[in-house]
Design a protein around this ligand. Structure first.
Ligand code: IMP
Length: 209
C-alpha cells in the first residue's frame, strides 16, 4: 500500500524556494531579473526588501570585476547567496566608450537624459551608423562558489530619443534587425533579447545544474 509520504510526493511537488539577493539599486534591472527568475526555485530578494541599498564603489576595470565587487560587498553584509551584474554600452566610433563608465558618462550624479544628450553630441562628429553594443556580466557568489555568465546585444545609436520604456540608453539604442529603440520595446520583448536577459538566463541554467 502506498504510504502517506509516497502519496504526498506523487501528488504535490514541494518547492523550497532558495533565496537569492540581487545586488542592485536599479529598479529597471530588478524588474527584468525578477521576471527571468519567475517560475524557478529561486526567490529574488532586492536590496529594497532588505531595507538598505548601500553605495558600492565600482572601481574595477572590467564589467566582470565590477559585478564581483558588488556581489562580494552584498554577501559580506547579508551572508546569503547573491547575484549581481555590471553592464554598459560600448560604442564602436568612441573606441568602446562609455563602457564601464556608462552610468556616469556625463559626470557624477548625472541623469540618463544627460548621458544620452552627451552621447548624441559626441556622435554627431561621425557618420552613421553609430554601431554599439550593450554588454552585461552576471555573477553568483555564495561565500565560496563563483559562477559567471555574459551577454551582449548589438545595435546602433540614433540621434533622437524614442520611446518611454526601459531605462538608461534605451531611448537612443536600436537593436540590430529592428526599426524601434529598446525604449519602444515592452519589458517582455526586451527581456527576450537583452544582454542582461542572455547573461542571467545563462546564469540561471548554471545554478539549476
Ligand atoms: P551598472 O548599474 O553599473 O551596471 O551601470 C549600467 C549603466 O549602463 C546604466 O546606468 C545605464 O546607463 C547603462 N545600461 C546598462 N544596461 C542597460 C540597458 O539595458 N538599457 C539601457 N542602458 C543600460
Amino acid at each position: 500500500m502506498m504510504d502517506l509520504f509516497q502519496w504526498f510526493g506523487k501528488n504535490f511537488k514541494l518547492k523550497t524556494m532558495k533565496k537569492l539577493i540581487f545586488a542592485t539599486g536599479n529598479k529597471g534591472k530588478l524588474k527584468e531579473v525578477k521576471k527571468i527568475f519567475e517560475n524557478t526555485d529561486y526567490k529574488i530578494i532586492s536590496l529594497y526588501d532588505l531595507g538598505d541599498v548601500p553605495e558600492i564603489i565600482e572601481d574595477g576595470n572590467t564589467y566582470e570585476a565590477n559585478s564581483l565587487i558588488k556581489a562580494k560587498a552584498i554577501y559580506n553584509i547579508h551572508k546569503l547567496p547573491v547575484i549581481a551584474d555590471d553592464s554598459g554600452l560600448s560604442v564602436e566610433q568612441l573606441n568602446g566608450v562609455p563602457g564601464v563608465y556608462s552610468a556616469r558618462y556625463a559626470g557624477e550624479n548625472c541623469t540618463y537624459d544627460d548621458n544620452n544628450q552627451k552621447l548624441i553630441k559626441e556622435l554627431a562628429k561621425f557618420d552613421e551608423p553609430h554601431n554599439a553594443k550593450f554588454v552585461c556580466s552576471a555573477v553568483f557568489f555564495d561565500g565560496e562558489n563563483i559562477k559567471k555568465a555574459f551577454g551582449e546585444l548589438h545595435g546602433e545609436i540614433i540621434s533622437e530619443f524614442k520611446g518611454t520604456h526601459g531605462f538608461g540608453y534605451d531611448p537612443v539604442f536600436v537593436p540590430k534587425d529592428s526599426d524601434r529603440t529598446l525604449a519602444e520595446f515592452s519589458s517582455e520583448e526586451k527581456n527576450k533579447i537583452s544582454h542582461r536577459a542572455i547573461a542571467f538566463n545563462t546564469l540561471k541554467k548554471l545554478l539549476e545544474n
